[in-house]
Design a protein around this ligand. Structure first.
Ligand code: MN
Length: 293
C-alpha cells in the first residue's frame, strides 16, 4: 500500500447538499453479465463529464461467467475498479492485463479499440464498478492508451477521524491520485469509513459530483441519508466549497467529481462522439476494421 501519513486536511465551510437520490437500473450487458446501471444516459448532461457508472456484485457465477467478449469503443475512457474478483483484459492495440482485488484498469479508447473483458474465475465473488469518462472533442481521436494499476500502487491515506481514502484519480488532502486528467480533472475516491467517522473533501462548485454507497450508509450535509446501493447527486450551489460525508456505521462509498466539458454528447452504444455524423463515421470505421490498427 502507498500509505501517506502526512496529509493536509481539506476543510469545507459551505458543504454541498444532495440534489436527488438515484436507485439505478438492473440490466445485463456483454454476454449476460448482470449489473446495475447507476449513471444512465438521461443523467449524462447533468453529470458531465461522466457518461455511465455500472455496479456489479454477485456470488453467483451465472451472473458474470459470460463476461464481455470482443467489443469496440471510441471517444471516451473506461475506468474499471475491481473490489473482488479477477478479470482479464485483451485489446487489439496489443495490451493485456489482469485486473484483480482492489486494482484499476484505465483505458482510453480514443479513436478506437476492440477489447474483451473476461472473468478469470469460475466461482466466488465478482464485485466492482465501471465508470465511463468523456474525452474533450480535441482528444476523441487520440491514440488508444491503457494502464493497469495494481491495488498496492493506488495512493491512500487514513485521516485522524478514521476514514481511509484510496485516491484513484485527482487529489485529496494533498495526496495525488494514480491518474490525472487536465480537461476533466476527475476526482475518484473510494472511501472506507469507520463507524462514527466523517470526511471532508474540497470540490470546486462548478464540478459535477456524486456519491455511490456500496456498503453501509452515508449522511450528506445537514440531514440527507444515502442508503446502500444508491447514488446521491450533489447540488452545485454557487457558493459551496466541498462536501462533508458522515457514517454512523462501517461504510464504503465512492466519491466522484469532475469538470464538465459542456460539449454536445452523441452516444450510440459503445461510441460517444459530439455529432451524429461522427457516430456514423465511427460505425463505418469499426465495420471496415480500422479500430486499433
Ligand atoms: Mn468495454
Amino acid at each position: 500500500m502507498t500509505t501517506t501519513t502526512l496529509i493536509r486536511p481539506d476543510t469545507v465551510s459551505r458543504p454541498r447538499e444532495v440534489e436527488r437520490l438515484v436507485a439505478g437500473m438492473a440490466t445485463s450487458d456483454g454476454a449476460g453479465v448482470k449489473l446495475t446501471r447507476v449513471l444512465t444516459q438521461p443523467l449524462q448532461r447533468r453529470l458531465d463529464p461522466f457518461l455511465m457508472l455500472d455496479a456489479f456484485g454477485t456470488d453467483n457465477p451465472d451472473d458474470y461467467i459470460g463476461g464481455f467478449p470482443d467489443h469496440p469503443h471510441r471517444g471516451f475512457e473506461t475506468v474499471t475498479y475491481m473490489i473482488a474478483g479477477r478479470m482479464r483484459h485483451r485489446d487489439n492495440a496489443g495490451h493485456e492485463g489482469l485486473l484483480q482485488n482492489g486494482g484499476v484498469q484505465w483505458m482510453t479508447a480514443g479513436r478506437g479499440i476492440v477489447h474483451s473483458e473476461l472473468p478469470e474465475q469460475e466461482e466466488g465473488r465478482m464485485e466492482g464498478f465501471q465508470l465511463w469518462l468523456n474525452l474533450p472533442a480535441k482528444d476523441k481521436m487520440n491514440a488508444p492508451w491503457y494502464r493497469d494499476i495494481q491495488s498496492e500502487s493506488i495512493p491512500q491515506f487514513t485521516t485522524p477521524e478514521g476514514v481511509t481514502a484510496r485516491v484513484i484519480a485527482g487529489e485529496s488532502h494533498g495526496v495525488a491520485g494514480a491518474v490525472q486528467r487536465d480537461a476533466t480533472a476527475p476526482l475518484y475516491l473510494d472511501l472506507h469509513f469507520e463507524a462514527g467517522s466523517h470526511f471532508e473533501q474540497a470540490l470546486p462548485a462548478t464540478h459535477n459530483a456524486f456519491v455511490y454507497v456500496y456498503r453501509g450508509e452515508v449522511g450528506v450535509g445537514a440531514d440527507t441519508r444515502v442508503p446502500e446501493q444508491r447514488m446521491a447527486i450533489l447540488a452545485n450551489a454557487k457558493d459551496s466549497d466541498g462536501v462533508v460525508l458522515h457514517a454512523q456505521q462501517a461504510t464504503r462509498a465512492l466519491l466522484i467529481a469532475g469538470h464538465p466539458l459542456n460539449e454536445p454528447i452523441a452516444q450510440y452504444g459503445p461510441f460517444v462522439m459530439n455529432s451524429k455524423e461522427e457516430i456514423f463515421q465511427a460505425v463505418q470505421d469499426f465495420q471496415a476494421g480500422k479500430f486499433g490498427a
